[in-house]
Design a protein around this ligand. Structure first.
Ligand code: AMP
Length: 484
């Protein structure tokens, strides 16, 4: 298949893997970074999650390794990706598997907080690409269960976050294990003096690539939170769709079975709905998407993973039926609307057990999302959640704007790091796709969550919510006026 990915210099096996994912166009970071990395350059990339950066470095690395296969057996690590959290490490390794599926390139992921023995076995079998968090990698170095002396490419992914988390000493120790001659790729969302110093010491004749933050690109999307009891979410969703006469709505759930159940219930409610998730055959997914695009299906219910690569132009409404526990996923989700210069509308139905997720999302966005209590679902009615007491003074907006507190621990032992990983926030430290093994963090008590949440059903001072309002059904527009 001829594609823009091919014109970047990628081999057919990689172009095919990308097409399997349904991606037709390289993202800006991919267009810029892939040719440079294929040419062997060191790269300093300003890119955050959501820009397609993972494929941006994974694809050219796979190509390089596949072009010159390993001679030695067992294989020693040729490409090393360091990531700040288990969750990111797991995602990157999954991307390596996805894009490398038509190649004979092997990979493994190692991170703390889980048993080391299976990791040792995987390392012993031999592999080409190792994705790791720094602490656990150093454990393996200490136990001599990994050989880093043949690394040809090093990637520091989310380098700013690694430094924020105090990984600099660990990174230095890892660097000391690597051969001097290698290709270095540094990805970071922000550029502090510390990052610049790291880049200066690490990169040689580096090319710099930079893309817009996706968080900023979503300015076209109006966002609103409807607080609601968990058991009344379906009712509220049905009302919003029917009263607002929304014709094309993408609804996100966290789990596959939740997507199925919701689609069935909406169908019973008379709203044509289909579910799309990983357990569905490719045929069923393609059909659901075609029906959705064609208008015979009004509501498409999807999980995060299934929604990847869904290319639906000018989707007017996105609903978070459940908030994602990884804040970046919120940005990806709402990025499905407000595309191609058209305005979009993102609604989140938030129950008390999700307040902590909401706080994390607002921290990432660096702004609060307007709360609108829907009449009939408001505080005080049975089965609904209270909003913060009117008499309490509004909390300062900075609370939401405050970036998440960096965990500083300059000289930690590997053991303390392991325990930190175990206790770190799920969004930062747990593999995203292991809900069964690591259920989302338990909800904070509803009372505490409500009272610690800044009051945001008012628009922040100076912020105009007229566009939020115009997307709401008439009954809600009145309610919105009342809450302001
Ligand atoms: P990342 O920034 O690497 O976390 O990627 C963000 C999301 O974009 C992931 O869900 C990828 O699967 C998806 N993605 C990567 N490349 C493309 C592409 N060329 N077109 C559409 N989606 C992509």
């Amino acid at each position: 298949m001829s594609s823009d990915f091919q014109s970047l210099g990628l081999a057919p096996a990689l172009v095919r893997a990308v097409a399997d994912e349904g991606y037709t166009q390289p993202t800006p970071i991919q267009s810029q970074a892939i040719p440079l990395i294929l040419a062997g350059r060191d790269v300093l990339a300003a890119a955050q999650t959501g820009t397609g950066k993972t494929a941006g470095f994974t694809l050219p690395i796979l190509q390089r390794l596949a072009a010159h296969p390993h001679k030695a057996a067992p294989k020693t690590v040729r490409a090393l990706v360091l990531a700040p959290t288990r969750e990111l490490a797991a995602q990157v390794e999954e991307a390596v598997r996805t894009y490398g599926r038509h190649l004979r390139v092997s990979s493994a992921v190692v991170f703390g907080g889980v048993g080391i023995v299976p990791q040792i076995a995987a390392l012993k079998r031999g592999l080409d690409i190792l994705v790791a968090t720094p602490g656990r990698l150093l454990d393996h170095v200490g136990q001599r269960t990994v050989d880093l002396s043949k690394v040809e490419v090093l990637v520091l992914d989310e380098a700013d976050r690694m430094l924020d988390m105090g990984f600099m000493p660990d990174i230095k120790r890892v660097l000391a294990q690597l051969p001097k001659k290698r290709q270095n790729l540094l990805f970071s969302a922000t550029f502090s003096d510390e990052i610049r110093a790291l880049a200066h010491g690490l990169l040689h004749d580096a090319a710099t690539v930079e893309v817009a933050r996706r968080n900023e690109a979503s300015a076209l999307v109006t966002q609103v939170v409807h607080p609601v009891a968990k058991e009344r979410k379906r009712e509220l969703l049905r009302d919003l769709i029917a009263q607002g006469d929304w014709r094309q709505v993408l609804v996100f759930t966290r789990m596959k079975h939740g997507a199925n159940r919701l689609a069935e219930q909406l169908n019973k409610d008379g709203l044509a709905a289909a579910a799309i998730h990983g357990n569905k055959s490719q045929g069923a997914r393609t059909r659901a998407l075609a029906d959705f695009k064609g208008g015979s299906v009004r509501v498409l219910v999807a999980t995060d993973i299934a929604a990847r690569g869904l290319d639906i132009e000018q989707l007017p409404h996105v609903v978070n039926y459940e908030l994602p526990n990884v804040p970046e996923d919120y940005v990806h989700r709402i990025g499905r609307t407000g595309r191609a210069g058209s305005p979009g509308h993102a609604v989140s139905l938030v129950s008390p057990d999700e307040y902590a997720f909401l706080r994390d999302i607002e921290r990432l966005l660096k702004k609060p999302i307007a709360r609108v209590v829907v009449p009939g679902f408001e505080a005080g009615k049975p089965g609904t959640i209270p909003v913060e007491d009117e008499r309490q003074p509004a909390r300062p907006q900075q609370r939401a704007a405050k970036p998440h507190t960096p965990v500083r621990h300059a000289a930690r032992s590997a053991e303390s790091q392991r325990s930190e990983h175990r206790h770190a926030r799920p969004a930062e430290a747990q593999p995203k796709r292991s809900h069964a093994a690591h259920p989302p963090r338990p909800a904070k008590p509803a009372q505490g969550a409500v009272h610690s949440a800044p009051r945001r059903d008012r628009a922040p001072r100076g912020e105009d919510h007229s566009d939020v309002r115009s997307n709401l059904p008439p009954a809600l527009q009145a309610a919105f006026r009342r809450t302001r």
